[in-house]
Design a protein around this ligand. Sequence first.
Ligand code: 4AD
Ligand code: MG
Length: 432
Amino acid sequence: MTFLTIKDAMTQSSGEVKLHGWVYRSRGSSKFRFVVLRDSTNIIQCVIDKSVVGDDKFSIADKLQLESSIEIYGQINKEERAPSGYEIQVSDFNVVNLCKDFPINKGDETTEFLADNRHLALRSRKNVAIMKIRSTVFGAIHGFFRSEGFFEHQSPIFQSSQAEGGSTLFEVNYFGKPLYLAQTWQLHAEAMIFALEKIYCIAPSFRAERSKTSRHLTEYWHAEMEVAWSKFEDIQDYGERLIKYVFSKVLETNLEELKIIERDVSKLLPIVEKPFLKMTYDEALKILKEKCNIDVEWGKDLRTIEEEALTKLYDVPIICSNYPKIVKAFYMKEVPGNSDVVQGCDFLAPEGYGEVIGGSQREEDIEKIEKRLLEQGETLDAYKFYLDTRRYGSVPHGGFGLGVERIITWICGLDNIKDSIAFPRTMLRYTP
Ligand code: 4AD
Ligand code: MG
């Protein structure tokens, strides 16, 4: 007889089963022990009857504490009163590892304590549900790009220049030379489109974020794409369809998990069903002033509070475009006829979740790129390979980056991005 998962045992619904898992709860009397068993698929109540297993075994069952690992043999049947609607009458069991004093046991642990013990806290039902949704999101991103004819390409993590501003660079000592951890795959991806034309990746990106916000990690997973021959509208369109695809996959796969984490699914449906809202930066400033009574000086980037105020007005993401050139990266293409603004777009998620995608049409004019790099205090030497992309067969192109933890945080309705990744890295949190 092979081991079944709890889910499969419940599908079988009657007869003999053999399961293994961890003790999720345990209580009892002098004659019975009720052990709730947990595995990756569900929980199930198991009844250990002293008159069935005998005195010796029962005294072991009495010692079973939270998170002991065990194997259980018995008869499964429907039981309305049990936590998941099924129960197992145990005929025998083996203890694989007897656990003593699992540190998380009361449910009143502080956030800090749970973060220090993240390696153990990950076993909670809520965290298991979030990690399953995370897995769906990663699968969906691959599924979307592959179904659209993209090739998967990897850029190096050790890089010799910045792309998203010097202030968030992590410097590493590379055999005595300073190198940087990748902030983005983009510059190398722009070289690769000449070979593969439509490419994507999911890889870690690194940002030395000093801000202690609920949206920033220092190491996050970045889903990026780059396409040759694109127009700015194509980039926005890919972003909208990617987000819709990811949401529909989660709704298709994870209703049970969304219920466990008590996410209001009605908030997710408009993302799949309704078109996203498009507005320019200028229009955003106007709406902020008229509807939110917030004055933003032209030329300033939108801050978290402004993005929050703006996105709370709608139930779908805003694709905000045509930002002032001075607040955006050196590689973004100028809007034809207005060199003060660029063809860059941020996707701002509703419910105050903020920027989930940043993308742009790329500047093709090598002189403009060189000028902007020099204005930012960069040396052109470090960008030789990048500038070559504009010298040899340059074509219109663009791309975007999606913060995978940002979209998971939003889908799951989490208060803090740290809950969307198994082992978060922030300025103050780098263990376990
Ligand atoms: O807007 P960003 O900085 O854009 C880029 O890196 C471009 N090179 C992408 C591209 O065009 N290929 O970052 C893209 C996205 C943001 O919209 C956000 O979702 C996420 O990455 N992001 C972060 N997520 C978590 N923690 C951080 N510190 C993040 N910084 C950016
Ligand atoms: Mg951005």
